[in-house]
Design a protein around this ligand. Structure first.
Ligand code: PMP
Length: 407
């Protein structure tokens, strides 16, 4: 029998690559932030209560009555053909023309990311990513022992000259990266969007150096005023693997996402998907398909846009009221605002004091592989009501002021 204070008897048995598998800062926060008295601006949870639950109940009911045996059976490692055909229509809304043959359904887009890392990354390989970048992508890359190099962004997204500079110096050292991982539209965590004129430039640079682009686009349809520029994949079908998901336009609990990939990568993705899960859930794929067939899903996305726009506006107004001297990004869609703290205030050190004031956020350091981000925090406005957001920012301002006073 081993007790809680004994050293872990399996420590020596773990594979070397698990060293990168530590609980992310976001994950560790979820437990604290989910207490009802805490205003959580930390996790990026979609506001699923805005969904038409009765329509979903109907979709689930029909799934069982009309396709029950299929829904409860193993399915194709590529995903069900009818859902893949509907995904073609979803992507067409953003200007992507594709074929159902080139889509692989995965258990959320997170799983597609994991499969891509498995297919492409050997230990020591380099991945380029925006600085800051999506925290759980960092966890995946680390778990395959890849090295992440960040490329700077500004208010218009990834800076092409920075990408070229980075690739030039890596090429000179004979260390070209395998992948450029990017969230170009309503970036998580920075909230910024890659400008239309930069999109071709970024793709041309990646093609020149032979680097595969992984475009992760969970938020593109959740714009507030005007649609964002079309995805990178709509410009380049050969050099981009595109990741999509129903997590933000429907619900993350269904765990249905997908990859759209050039044929040779698609074939390997199917094999890797089979190795990992045999087949993605037939049950939830059919439910999503039934929902898309029977509900006015485009209006539902419009409803979500309205909900998130109101929350973004509440957040920006509260920042303007309580911390007008600070700077922050203004997102045109998605879930996140990236705030820069006063000089000398450390986002990670401040967090326990913020939680004592009953407000939570994610420190900027979570989104960098190299320890940067100490002066930044990510504020997520997707889940709390506008009223809670305003109260959360009021509490956060008190904490920031007291940190400043102690400097
Ligand atoms: N990529 C990004 C940029 C995300 O923000 C998220 C969700 N937070 C994911 C991927 C994973 O989403 P899914 O639920 O589809 O696995």
């Amino acid at each position: 029998m081993t007790g809680p204070s004994d050293p872990d008897p399996w420590q020596g048995s773990f594979a070397t690559r698990t060293a990168g598998l530590s609980a992310s800062e976001v994950r560790a926060l979820f437990a604290v932030a989910s207490r009802p008295e805490v205003v959580s601006l930390a996790g990026g949870m979609p506001f699923v209560s805005a969904l038409p639950m009765d329509l979903l109940t109907g979709a689930i009911d029909r799934t069982m009555r009309e396709r029950g045996a299929e829904a409860l059976q193993y399915g194709s490692g590529q995903g069900t053909p009818d859902l893949r055909q509907r995904i073609v229509d979803v992507m067409a809304l953003e200007g992507i023309s594709s074929s159902a043959d080139d889509i692989v359904v995965t258990t959320g887009s997170q799983h597609a990311l994991e499969l891509l890392a498995k297919l492409f990354l050997d230990p020591g390989d380099i991945v380029l990513a925006e600085g800051p970048t999506y925290v759980t992508a960092l966890v995946v890359f680390r778990s395959y022992q890849a090295e992440v190099r960040h490329v700077a962004m500004d208010a218009h997204g990834l800076v092409p000259a920075e990408l070229r500079g980075c690739l030039d110096s890596l090429a000179a050292a004979g260390r070209l990266p395998k992948l450029l991982y990017t969230v170009p539209t309503f970036n998580n965590p920075a909230g910024v969007t890659l400008a239309a004129e930069r999109r071709r430039e970024i793709l041309a640079i990646a093609a020149e150096f032979g680097v595969l682009v992984v475009e992760d686009n969970p938020y593109g349809l959740l714009y507030f005023d005007a649609p964002p520029p079309n995805p990178l994949r709509s410009i380049d079908a050969d050099g981009v693997v595109y990741l999509g998901t129903f997590s933000k336009t429907l619900a993350p609990g269904v765990r249905v996402g997908w990859a759209l990939a050039p044929p040779s990568i698609r074939d390997k993705l199917i094999l890797a998907n089979e190795a990992a899960v045999l087949s993605p859930s037939s049950f939830t794929q059919i439910i999503v398909n039934e929902y898309l067939a029977s509900a006015d899903w485009k209006s539902q996305i419009a409803t979500f846009r309205g909900v998130y726009r109101e929350r973004r506006d509440a957040l920006l107004a509260a920042l303007q009221e309580h911390v007008p001297d600070l700077s922050w990004t203004v997102p045109d869609g998605g879930f996140y605002v990236w705030l820069t703290l006063p000089d000398g205030v450390d986002s990670k050190e401040m967090l326990p004091r913020a939680v004592r004031q009953l407000v939570a956020y994610t420190p900027g350091t979570a989104f960098f592989a190299d320890g940067s981000g100490g002066r930044n925090i990510r504020l997520s406005f997707s889940y709390p009501t506008p009223e809670f957001i305003r109260e959360g920012i009021r509490r956060l301002a008190v904490v920031i002021r007291s940190e400043q006073a102690q400097r």
